[in-house]
Design a protein around this ligand. Structure first.
Ligand code: SAH
Ligand code: SF4
Ligand code: F3S
Length: 462
């Protein structure tokens, strides 16, 4: 969701501490990106400095994703290269973190004996403790269920403008295709005060935009105690948004990922009423067919999804809507798949992340006999991607000639004369930087001159 950003300055003190250099490669979702930033912060506080290149680093950490088989396989090919390097450089420290680490645990050590540390996502904040064990000459596997302690480490963030703040870890849903609950564990909400404190800290450093993160962010608070005098749960996402909205200096707030089952009218109203809440909603629908949704155990119908979008558009007519969808789920018929296509067209999504179903370990759907062929997967994915692009292009057209507020995040890596940022609705936007006139963190009114399916170009006004 976040585009390339200018990197933050590296702490100068690290170089002379003698720990050597580190390299982190992050796969997967924003949860992993946020974890990587915290792990980078830990490494720097231990005295490591960021390496210039992966092949020069003294410590290489892969923060891995296993959402689909191709994501998992990518890690093994990266690891093969580093394992080979380690044979000629025994001082190299090799770490696998994240979701593949959690899924495979010790068997990763058997597969890649050169590894020093295998650590699940719940252990990200403990990287220093685990590395201390490695320094004593052990191979360490940390995948046991762990209560995530309040984060006292300072993240080394990739952007100095847009920050991620975890609000809930884990997922208690049981979507039949999904590996996340088994690798990310049970839901653990952070306390509102801790979240606000982190946001205040970021605001003091000059951050302007915060994305609150959770795999199922609408579940926020259901594991925290407390009932209001009206008999409502005290901690909900809506209450949290109202609570953190007052943080001064933060101009924009987003949240992801939403689950249609828990997306309430109260939440929609709060988003419409709170000025910093951006008019962009990422609400995966996964399939446009009720029977497929039932087989996925998603817990809502297509109609319920439609009503959520209608309600959002009633209150925020220009809101952008994005989603995730899976094609070729086991047993999905041609007619069911066509309903997914029809829903994309009907809703008019600004962006849809598409994927062909991939069987995952320890998930029910992986064992079903009605798997679809590779040919069907490839063909449906190709067709749906073309549709997504066409619909996104239609949605982009509405920006032509309009003035949009853009938060500058950095230089366009493909054209240093331009800066880039995003609209409140999350469209990537480029415009001339005018020789340094526009700097990261500026909120600029931009007239949109050129529209493309997934990005815009314009000219700054005034
Ligand atoms: N918590 C979010 C997203 C989780 S993973 C949610 O509930 O929507 C991100 C996306 O990956 C999912 O939305 C889904 O579209 C896709 N995905 C998950 N498991 C998958 C699988 N086994 N095969 C293909 N796509 C999958
Ligand atoms: Fe996976 Fe479903 Fe949880 Fe999302 S809500 S992470 S798709 S189990
Ligand atoms: Fe991947 Fe783990 Fe995120 S499996 S999508 S990195 S929660």
């Amino acid at each position: 969701m976040t585009a390339t950003q200018l990197s933050a300055p590296v702490a100068p003190t690290a170089a002379d501490s003698g720990r050597g250099s580190y390299w982190i490669t992050t796969f997967g979702c924003q949860m992993n990106k946020a974890d990587s930033e915290r792990m980078a912060g830990i490494l720097e506080s231990m005295g490591y400095r960021e390496a210039q290149a992966e092949l020069e680093a003294d410590l290489v950490l892969y923060n891995t994703c296993t959402i689909r088989d191709n994501a998992e396989q990518k890690v093994y090919s990266y690891l093969g290269r580093q394992a080979q390097r380690k044979r000629s450089n025994p001082n190299l420290t090799l770490v696998v973190a994240g979701c593949v680490a959690q899924q495979e645990g010790e068997s990763l050590l058997r597969r890649v004996p050169e590894l020093d540390l295998v650590m699940g996502p719940q252990h990200a904040n403990r990287l220093d403790v685990l590395l201390a064990q490695v320094e004593q000459g052990q191979q360490v596997v940390a995948t046991e269920e762990h209560h995530i302690l309040e984060d006292i480490t300072t993240a080394r963030r990739d952007s100095s403008i847009c920050g991620w703040v975890n609000v809930i870890y884990g997922c208690n849903e049981r979507c039949t295709y999904c590996v996340v609950p088994s690798v990310r564990g049970k839901e653990q909400s952070r306390l509102p005060e801790a979240i606000k404190l982190e946001m205040e800290g970021l605001a003091a450093q000059g951050f302007k935009e915060i994305t609150l993160l959770g795999q199922n962010i609408d579940a926020y608070g259901r594991d925290l105690p407390g009932i209001t005098p009206e008999g409502r749960r005290q901690h909900t996402l809506t209450d949290l948004l109202q609570f953190v909205h007052t943080v001064e200096g933060i101009e924009r707030i987003r949240f992801a990922t939403s689950h249609p089952r828990y997306f309430t009218e109260r939440l929609i109203d709060a988003c419409a009423d709170l000025p910093k809440l951006c008019e962009h909603f990422h609400i995966p629908f996964q399939s446009g067919d009720d029977d497929v949704l039932k087989a996925m155990a998603r817990g809502y119908t297509v109609d319920r999804y439609r009503r959520i979008i209608e309600r959002i558009r009633e209150r925020m007519p220009d809101a952008s809507i994005s989603a995730d969808v899976i094609v070729a789920f086991p047993g999905e018929t041609e007619a069911q798949y066509r309903r997914t296509l029809a829903l994309i067209e009907e809703i008019g999504f600004d962006q849809v992340n598409t994927a062909a179903y991939s069987p995952r370990p320890n998930t029910p759907a992986a064992d079903w006999p009605n798997q679809l062929s590779e040919e069907v997967k490839v063909e449906r994915l190709r067709e749906i991607n073309a549709l997504v692009e066409r619909v996104a292009r239609q949605r982009s057209a509405r920006y032509a000639g309009r003035t949009e507020q853009v938060l500058v995040e950095g230089i366009n890596p493909k054209d240093p004369e331009q800066v880039m940022g995003r609209t409140r609705t999350n469209r990537l936007t480029f415009f001339p930087g005018e020789n340094g006139r526009w700097q990261p963190g500026d909120l600029v009114d931009v007239r949109i001159d050129e529209v493309r399916a997934f990005s815009l170009s314009g000219t700054a006004l005034a």
